[in-house]
Each structure stands twice: as structure tokens, then as C-alpha cells.
Design a protein around this ligand. Structure first.
Ligand code: AMP
Ligand code: MG
Length: 355
């Protein structure tokens, strides 16, 4: 399948995914007379290679609209800095020159890479933003319709390793210890952008809001009119595997101030010889991760939810669950691969599930 067609299909799939996920969040620009609040819904906007939607709840519609504008400005800024595929992004500059010289980056990129390293250590290397060479290899494999050879995997793996990133905190610069390394923030940048967008809304006077980028969400404060809590539907990977549709969600999460991120093999993948391979790769083996059909993380910040959902998708279900279980304020809902699609979760996850 050619790349443009694949991207078009991914985008269509994501629209369905987003629709399925947020079906339950009320939309429209409407007044809530009794408590004098208005909620404004941005609708879907294409950004960061996916679709984003922002809902702002404020005292008046002008404030809510300004909050939406401010949050999209933040999201676009993150995209400009961290886009792996745009040659003029900061990440592309780092990937081109990082072995030759220390590349000075923005505070945002520096902090995101620092946070990535923290999650790499925490997950024993399952999460690793230096997976770029492996991600590229799987994309070329798709174009050639042939899985990578052991030699190709070995060659790409030799350029992967967060321990080969050299950070200078004073300069806020990054350098690569090995030639050919590439940083890919695809597993964490959306979370960072969501947190920045939420900050912008809060600064702009919103009393509540929701930011959703490609199925990762954070909500805060007052929910939209007619609701007493934010209700987020989780897509059923058993259904999503075959057809992206707006069928009944697997479950509904009831959230107040929380972020939720789902990593799964069903909304982004490469297809080789008719078989789907997850877009998440195990940095140790170089193979695409097949341990779980989906991993949902619920925690206070979107950056943590984003990185942890990608990390746990690489880990075995036992190790992934054990990692999240020992993190205060973080919960996980895992779905095992087909054909079982068994749901397992941390002890504290139940309180978020609507029964
Ligand atoms: P997510 O959808 O948040 O799970 O992120 C998946 C994206 O993260 C992929 O498309 C890659 O760009 C990147 N990625 C893949 N494998 C890893 C990994 N093991 N650690 C960190 N990022 C990864
Ligand atoms: Mg992620």
C-alpha cells in the first residue's frame, strides 16, 4: 500500500476512533443558564498527524473561545518543535546533526527528552525515544512488503539506546554518542502538548475543559452542560481490530481532573504480507510489540499517561501491571491480545469505571 493511501486510511480510522472515544462528551456551544457557564467545543482539527479537539467551559463564550485558541496555539507549537517527519522541526535538526555537535533545543523539547529518559529508566528501557532507527526500519519494511531481516534489526538496534543521549542541562543541548541515532517523540509529545494546552486554558480563565489529541485526553474542572463529571468512552480493541467504527465502547471512564492515554496495535500499525504489526517497537528485540491489544493509563498528567501507556504496551502484562501498581495515583486497564481480549486492571482502576 502506498504511503499516502496508508496515511489517509490512518486518518479516517482516527476520526472514527476519536468519535467513538468522545461520543459521551457533550458538544456544541451552549449556555448553562442556572450556573452561568458556557461550553464551547472546537470540533476536530488536524494537527500532530492526527485529530485534536478541545472543549472549554468558561463564564462566557468569548473567554471559552479564547481558551480554545490559546490551547491550539500550544499544540501547534509542540508540533512545530517535535515533528519527526518535518525537516524544519527541532527534532529533525537534532536527528541530522546530533552526532556532529551538541544541538541546543527549546525548553519544551529539552524537558520532554529529560522526562522520556526518566520513563526509560522506570520501565527498564521498554520506553525509549531513541527508537527512531527501528521505527524507520519497520516503515521501510512495509514499503517493501517484507519483514526486516535479523541483520537489519541488529543494525538498527545498535543505534538505539537512551543511555547514548548526552544531555547538557546548562546549555539545554543534546548530543548523540552513536552515529545514526534518531529521537522519535511520537510516544510522548502528544501528552506534553495536552498538558501545555490545559495550562493555557486554565491561564485564560476556563473553569473546566478537555483536550483530546488523537485519543489521548486530559480533562479538568467543570464538565459541559448537563453533566456532573467528564465521561470518556474507551474503544473496544476486539471490535476496532477489524473495523474502525462507532460501536459501543468497551467501558466508560468517569473522570474529574485526570488524563487518559491508550496505546494499542489497532489504530496505528504497519501491514506486511497482510499481517498487522504494531507501531510500538520493543527496543530490546527490535520487533513490533505484540504483548497487549491495548493499554490504558489514567493519571493526573497527560505526559505521564502517554509515556506509560507506550511503555506498558512493550512490557509483559505481569511486569507492566506491577510497574503501574507501585506508582501512586496511576491506574491501568490492559486488554490481552486476540482471541482472548481479557481485561485486567490495577486495584484502583475500578473507581473510574462507570457501572
Ligand atoms: P503511542 O501511540 O503514544 O503509544 O506512541 C507510539 C509511537 O511512539 C510510535 O508511533 C513511535 O513513534 C514511538 N515509539 C514506538 N515504540 C516506542 C518505544 N518503545 N518507546 C518510545 N516510543 C516509541
Ligand atoms: Mg504514548
Amino acid at each position: 500500500m502506498d504511503r499516502n493511501r496508508r496515511i489517509a486510511i490512518e486518518i479516517i480510522a482516527l476520526v472514527f476512533l476519536a468519535t467513538a472515544l468522545y461520543f459521551f462528551v457533550s458538544a456544541k456551544d451552549k449556555s448553562v443558564g442556572s450556573i452561568g457557564r458556557v461550553d464551547v467545543d472546537s470540533g476536530m482539527h488536524e494537527v500532530m498527524g492526527t485529530f485534536a479537539r478541545v472543549v472549554a467551559v468558561a463564564a462566557d463564550s468569548n473567554t471559552a473561545k479564547k481558551c480554545i485558541e490559546a490551547s491550539f496555539a500550544e499544540i501547534k507549537n509542540v508540533e512545530k518543535l517535535m515533528n519527526y517527519h518535518k525537516s524544519d522541526s527541532e527534532i529533525s535538526e537534532l536527528n541530522r546533526d546530533g552526532f556532529k555537535r551538541a544541538v541546543k533545543v527549546s525548553k519544551s523539547t529539552y524537558e520532554t527528552i529529560e522526562k522520556s529518559i526518566k520513563f526509560s529508566k522506570l520501565s527498564g528501557g521498554a520506553f525509549d525515544v531513541t527508537v527512531g532507527p527501528l521505527v524507520d526500519l519497520w516503515h521501510s519494511a512495509e514499503e517493501e512488503n517484507s519483514t526486516p531481516t535479523d541483520a537489519e534489526l541488529q543494525q538498527a538496534r545498535s543505534k538505539v539506546g537512551y543511555d547514548k543521549l548526552i544531555l547538557d542541562g546548562n546549555e539545554e543541548s543534546i548530543r548523540f554518542a552513536t552515529e545514526g541515532m534518531k529521537v522519535d517523540l511520537g510516544g510522548i509529545a502528544k501528552g506534553y502538548a495536552i498538558d501545555e494546552a490545559v495550562k493555557a486554558m486554565q491561564k485564560g480563565g476556563a473553569v473546566g475543559g478537555m483536550v483530546d489529541i488523537g485519543g489521548e485526553i486530559r480533562c479538568f474542572g467543570s464538565p459541559p452542560a448537563g453533566q456532573n463529571i467528564w465521561r470518556i468512552g474507551l474503544q473496544d480493541p476486539a471490535v476496532a481490530k477489524d473495523v474502525m467504527n462507532t460501536s459501543k465502547p468497551l467501558l466508560i471512564l468517569r473522570l474529574t481532573d485526570a488524563a487518559v492515554a491508550t496505546s494499542g496495535d489497532y489504530h496505528r500499525f504497519v501491514t506486511i504480507g497482510g499481517k498487522r504489526y504494531s507501531h510500538i517497537v520493543d527496543p530490546e528485540s527490535g520487533h513490533s510489540s505484540e504483548n497487549l491489544a491495548s493499554v490504558t493509563i489514567i493519571c493526573p498528567s497527560a505526559i505521564d499517561a502517554d509515556a506509560l501507556s507506550t511503555a506498558v504496551a512493550v512490557m509483559s502484562k505481569e511486569k507492566g501491571l506491577a510497574l503501574i501498581e507501585q506508582m501512586p495515583g496511576v491506574e491501568a486497564i490492559l486488554i490481552t491480545p486476540a482471541p482472548e481480549f481479557k481485561q485486567i486492571q490495577t486495584a484502583g482502576a475500578e473507581k473510574f469505571i462507570e457501572r
